[in-house]
Design a protein around this ligand. Structure first.
Ligand code: G3P
Ligand code: CA
Length: 321
């Protein structure tokens, strides 16, 4: 009986080990590393999704300052445009979820971001929602935080005392014709149109093509979700990413080792979004991810064995948050 149990156990272990080995081969992780080295992109990459957005209200000054001073490799942001033509870092289609737009502009609360002037946007409170929703992480200083312009995020990044990149998404680019050129112009004016410091990202092929035409040397990541994977198939998405960019950014649910391996073998870098739990880092890292978009850049750094440059609370206090 004991011999039979140990035989079965041995077979199970061998099968698991073989499956694990096959998955690593399928994921071709060394090709991802080689692509990152060729492009001069941090490997593995810690991409602070809307800043350190677990610890502070997303895409606000403390979120980006925290990510910068904790030691993330990239500050991630979604760029849209106000009605008077200013580029801002904001994710949602409307201001409802993360601001007091419903109180300040009740009749326009459901209007798109592009319907507001910069002065109107700057009058919104983009921090109090966080305190109400996450009381355990709330801080009085978060009340009244402002939506940031692209320039303001660049200024925060420019104050880094180390190599720090910007991972810039053109959000809803169909609603903002020409936004790619405007982003490029804004970066160039501040000395940030640097392929070693910037990666463009988009769910839109057209938008990535516009970035490619105007700034071919800057890396570009094609973002893909489950719907796109169902409609086009992974093979088609990888082919498109290879045609228009240097990387692919899949949602975690489609980041299987054989998918990542196909992308790696096409010479693409794979940055997976949006991954926040250590067990997910482990699984997807094993599956070959070259880095993650994460709200928890603090935990991701820890996972990769990188010591944060300072404690989050000390950074917040240093900057009077
Ligand atoms: O940009 C990577 C990831 O942020 C894409 O999803 O909706 O958070 O912009 P989303
Ligand atoms: Ca994004």
């Amino acid at each position: 009986m004991v011999r039979r149990v140990s035989l079965v156990l041995s077979i199970v272990i061998i099968v698991f080990a073989a499956a694990a080995a096959l998955m690593r081969v399928a994921a071709a992780p060394s090709a991802g590393r080689a692509a990152a080295e060729r492009l001069g992109i941090a490997y593995p990459a810690v991409i602070a999704h809307r800043g350190a957005s677990y610890l502070a209200p997303e895409a606000t000054a403390p979120a980006y300052i925290l990510a910068r001073d904790l030691g993330a490799d990239f500050l991630e942001m979604d760029v849209q445009r106000t009605s008077d033509g200013v580029l801002i870092a904001y994710h949602d289609d409307t201001f409802e979820r993360t601001t007091d737009v419903a109180e300040r502009f009740p009749s326009r609360a459901k209007n798109p971001v592009a319907d507001f002037t910069l002065a109107e946007v700057k009058s919104l409170d983009a921090g109090s929602w966080f305190n109400a929703r996450f009381p355990d992480r709330a801080r009085p200083s978060y009340r009244g935080l402002r939506v940031l312009t692209l320039d303001e995020v660049v200024a925060i990044a420019s104050a880094a005392r180390r190599t720090l990149g910007l991972y810039i998404e053109s959000k809803n680019p169909e609603a903002y014709p020409g936004i790619e050129h405007e982003i490029i112009k804004a970066l160039a004016a501040r000395g940030w149109l640097d392929p070693r410091k910037v990666i463009f990202q988009s769910f839109s092929r057209d938008s990535l093509e516009a970035f490619a035409k105007a700034a071919p040397a800057v890396p570009r990541t094609y973002l893909v979700d489950e719907k796109m994977e169902k409609e086009t198939g992974w093979k088609g998405l990888v082919a498109a990413a290879a045609e228009i960019g240097t990387g692919i950014g899949p949602v975690g649910y489609v980041a299987f080792p054989w998918n990542l391996g196909r992308a790696h073998r096409e010479g693409l870098i794979v940055h997976v979004y949006t991954v926040n739990a250590p067990w997910q880092f482990s699984v997807l890292n094993f599956f070959g991810a070259d880095g993650f978009f994460s709200d928890r850049c603090d935990l991701l750094m820890e996972y990769y064995g990188r010591k944060p440059a300072a404690a989050a609370v000390d950074i917040l206090e240093k900057f009077k948050y």
